[in-house]
Design a protein around this ligand. Structure first.
Ligand code: PMP
Length: 418
């Protein structure tokens, strides 16, 4: 199958780029978007699918006896099959739960496991470098059960040191460990965590393995259940799809023991004045009117993504740009880089020694270059690094060398435009 060229050619499929090019008297300043790790831009294929569904095909799901609702239900449920296929063909679509996003998926797990699996003598193990969405819910679960939360630290503060201390992990993951949770790819450092090693440590003590795939979903192999994961979570909006939809994919056994997170219509098999019974997964976890339109958008995003040529090609494209960016940053003596520099990261965090990160990103914005600055929802990690904020450039399928070179030029000369 002929696949698409990534970079500049692909940008034509994203209306946001033309719309946000800045026309001045003398020039057109292209829009350089380097914040895909926060949220990816949407191709026309997704925008058109959303538009067409709302305009002509919209109706609620699972509730109507009329044709439009039946058709909408089929479309909504087919997205579940598409997600399952994307995650590995052996995966059962009845354990694909639609949520609002990664955050809700992880909260569902932390809250549910605190009711069913965790006790006072349990331990939850996770890296201290996690996004707050995979850290605060576990702090709350530990508080609720008065159980132990143990962090795996990094070996150091820069370069190779920005890797998880697996020796510490092996000491922490003992037989009272009930949950081991970690991201596949970090949102601040961009590191790819040693998931096989962590899964094998967790499985040796029968702990539940949860993987936050918010960052890795677009470019790393997602067949993590084959490796032993029990649950994975990701968001549609980082996958070139809409906001308001996320996925929680579960093994059959976890789907059975996890209690519902919310209660209401659609998740009950019978209700009386005395109580209620639940339907089977996935509907047990989807109380209320689900994200119907968003699911149609996610389906369009998966189909569109499948025309790009595969995760490896996408990963190579994005990591090559990140490496070029690092090479350029290294020539600027005031810059400090906070990325393992393995050549596999698709984002780069850095700071300028004399210009605050917020100021530097404001200067970049004046040149129509969008990248993020701040604590990146990872305060424990930011404190460990000894900084108050970092700039982060993250690369997606539509970026190219021009984005890299234009940003480096501004960082080097750091002048405001008139
Ligand atoms: N985990 C990671 C690693 C992330 O990067 C993010 C988003 N920045 C989240 C979780 C939370 O995702 P969402 O805001 O879509 O729920």
């Amino acid at each position: 199958m002929l696949t698409k060229q990534l970079g500049k050619k692909l940008r034509k499929e994203f209306p946001v780029f033309d719309y946000n090019a800045r026309h001045t008297k003398d020039e057109i300043r292209p829009f350089h978007y380097l914040d895909s790790a926060a949220s990816a831009q949407k191709p026309s294929a997704v925008i058109d699918a959303l538009h067409s569904f709302i305009e002509h095909k919209y109706a609620t799901v699972h509730r109507g006896a009329y044709a439009l609702s039946a058709q909408s239900t089929v479309m909504y449920e087919s997205t579940r099959h598409e997600v399952a296929k994307f995650l590995g063909s052996s995966f059962d679509s009845s354990h694909i739960v639609f949520t609002k996003g990664t955050t809700e998926s992880l909260n569902m797990l932390a809250s549910g496991l605190s009711e069913t699996v965790l006790t006072k003598s349990s331990r939850i193990v996770l890296p201290m470098s996690e996004h707050h969405s995979n850290l605060v819910p576990w702090q709350q679960a530990a508080l609720k059960k008065d159980c132990e939360l143990a962090y795996i630290h990094l070996n150091g503060k820069q370069g190779d040191g920005l890797a998880l201390n697996l020796n510490e992990a092996s000491k922490l993951i003992t037989k009272n460990t009930k949950v081991v949770t970690f991201s596949h790819m970090g949102n601040v450092l961009g590191q790819i965590n040693p998931i096989e090693e962590l899964i094998s440590l967790a499985k040796a003590v029968n702990a539940i393995v949860i993987i936050d795939c918010a960052q890795s979903i677009t470019c790393l192999n997602q067949n993590l259940f084959a490796l032993g994961a029990d649950a994975i979570a990701f968001s549609g909006h980082k996958f070139y799809g809409p906001t308001g939809i996320g996925v929680l994919a579960l093994t059959k056994s976890l789907a059975e023991i996890l209690p519902p997170f919310m209660f209401g219509g659609g998740m009950v098999s019978a209700v009386s004045e005395e109580g209620a019974n639940w339907v089977d997964p996935p509907h047990k976890f989807e109380a209320g009117t689900p994200p119907i339109t968003e699911a149609i958008g996610l389906s369009a995003a998966i189909n569109w993504y499948n025309t790009l040529g595969g995760q490896e090609k996408i990963h190579n494209h994005c990591s090559k740009l990140a490496s070029q960016f690092i090479t350029g940053l290294k020539k600027i003596k005031e810059i400090e880089i906070f990325s393992p520099e393995s050549g596999r990261e698709t984002l780069v965090s850095f700071r300028h020694k004399t210009i605050h990160s917020h100021d530097l990103t404001t200067i970049l914005d004046a040149h129509n270059i969008a990248l993020r600055s701040g604590h990146h929802c990872a305060w424990p990690l930011i404190h460990h690094l000894g900084v108050d904020a970092l700039c982060r450039a993250s690369f997606g399928v539509y970026n190219d060398e021009d984005d890299v070179e234009s940003s480096l030029e501004v960082i080097k000369n750091h002048r405001f435009l008139n």
